[in-house]
Unconditional design. Structure first.
Length: 180
């Protein structure tokens, strides 16, 4: 998988490699992020077609990861004839361009929110609601890569997915347990 970026990346923070940075999930408007995506595609000689743009817009507006069939249902409001291959082709393109992430942890996709170009290497995914946090933790990633190599494996992606439960879902679970 290609790492998410829309503008040239900032190199990892080598002065403070032990710090983990969380980049704001919705720091820019959807319109701004779409313009950045269009610019990114133009620079790479590719095109963000109306269908691809609509899929990206749905993901940007969702604020969480979405499954392919959720996207298909939303797509049908604007494109009534949309079929699963339509959505999957758009998703494949957006992943290839680094504009979205494929999340194996929840079998869904999420928009890359990091339009500022800061490199991130960790994706924390809430397995309950699909919320995603993009983090940059070069020291942790390097340590993990060393451990992978020591175990006789080669890392095949520059991003690591971590399955977790967000604060909201954790609080709801605690409230449910307390009410029982």
């Amino acid at each position: 998988m290609i790492a998410c970026y829309m503008t040239p990346r900032t190199p990892p923070d080598t002065d403070h490699p032990e710090q983990t940075h969380q980049h704001g999930a919705h720091g820019h408007s959807v319109a701004y992020q779409l313009l950045e995506a269009i610019r990114h595609c133009e620079q790479r000689g590719t095109r963000l077609t109306p269908i691809r743009q609509h899929v990206l817009t749905l993901l940007l507006e969702a604020g969480r990861s979405l499954k392919a069939y959720e996207l298909l249902e939303a797509m049908k409001q604007l494109y009534p004839q949309a079929k699963p291959p339509t959505v999957y082709r758009a998703l494949d393109f957006l992943v290839e361009e680094g504009l979205i992430h494929r999340l194996d942890a929840v079998n869904a996709w999420t928009a890359c929110q990091d339009v500022s170009g800061h490199h991130h290497d960790l994706l924390i995914v809430c397995t309950r609601c699909g919320k995603v946090a993009e983090l940059s933790a070069p020291l942790i990633s390097h340590q993990l890569q060393d451990m992978i190599h020591a175990a006789g494996f080669i890392q095949t992606t520059s991003e690591t997915e971590l399955r977790a439960m967000c604060k909201d879902c954790s609080q709801k679970q605690e409230e449910t347990v307390s009410a029982s």
